[in-house]
Design a protein around this ligand. Structure first.
Ligand SMILES: [Fe+2]
Length: 264
């Protein structure tokens, strides 16, 4: 029996500014995995989706593990995530939550061991036919030190920039002009949602402004806030299933986007 029949969100986003060589790029965004020391059925479902979808890029959106000591097992598992071109990861607040003073270094070291490029106020570029596509990743807004100047250095002349931050609170530090697509998690979509109201708790300074889903900031600036996959200390989800986000980037005029997600 499939306990999570509705956890794949397909998102097709069309931008005029996307270079033609990157038309069709497929990105799997996995936020809030909260991996817990051993592979659980939900983890296997994520792997099944990834193997079926065969993404070009896999991005971990922070809160990747529940405790620092979970990293060795997590890295072994994350290392199996399939990606045709690249894998990247940003830290979340749970990467800082542990008593270990080197917990954030564990994030960096084990992300690398799993084949992921750790992005803490840093960027990474894909290259194709002489055209690069920059991904900018931020330190956690709440527990780390966010440095947009360092993170975005060298991307000012790029026609298209993808930004990744654990929390949508990055928007308090990052003007939309610095990105075309911003991917976030952290809110878990509220995790428990009240019909007609939505999230009761988002754990963000922006409150319900960016609680879950897709937001268009105008022009060529889009934000997607994922419901995330795992859970921290509170394990219940209600009207808010876990979510693997599969994004297809398209080059073209505005308005021809597709968004398939279960209504929550
Ligand atoms: Fe989380």
């Amino acid at each position: 029996m499939d306990l999570w029949p509705d956890m794949l969100t397909r998102l097709s986003l069309t931008f005029r500014s996307l270079p033609a060589v990157w038309d069709g790029l497929r990105i799997a965004f996995l936020a809030d995995l909260h991996f817990k020391s051993r592979v659980l059925p939900l983890d296997r479902k994520v792997m099944k989706i990834l193997c079926e979808e065969e993404p070009d890029v896999v991005i971990l959106g922070g809160d990747n593990v529940n405790r620092s000591k979970d990293w060795p097992a997590a890295a072994e598992w994350f290392g199996r995530f399939p990606a045709r071109l690249a894998k990247m990861a940003v830290p979340g607040n749970w990467e800082y939550k542990h008593k270990y003073k080197n917990s954030i270094m564990a994030f960096c070291d084990y992300s690398k061991k799993a084949g992921f490029v750790p992005l803490r106020n840093a960027s990474f570029r894909l290259e194709r036919d002489g055209v690069s596509l920059p991904f900018v990743g931020f330190d956690d807004v709440r527990k780390g030190i966010v440095d947009p100047v360092t993170a975005c250095r060298g991307t000012g002349d790029d026609p298209f920039v993808i930004a990744v931050s654990h929390s949508p609170d990055i928007l308090l530090h990052l003007p939309p002009e610095h990105f075309n697509l911003l991917l976030c998690g952290h809110t878990h979509g509220g995790q428990v949602r009240v019909p007609g109201y939505g999230a009761i708790v988002t754990s963000t300074k922006l409150g319900k402004r960016f609680e879950v889903g897709r937001y268009t900031l105008g022009g060529e600036h889009e934000v997607y806030v994922s419901r995330g996959i795992g859970t921290g200390d509170f394990h219940w989800r209600l009207f808010c299933p876990p979510e693997v986000v599969m994004i297809t980037l398209r080059r073209g005029g505005r308005g021809d986007f597709g968004y398939q997600s279960p209504s929550i």
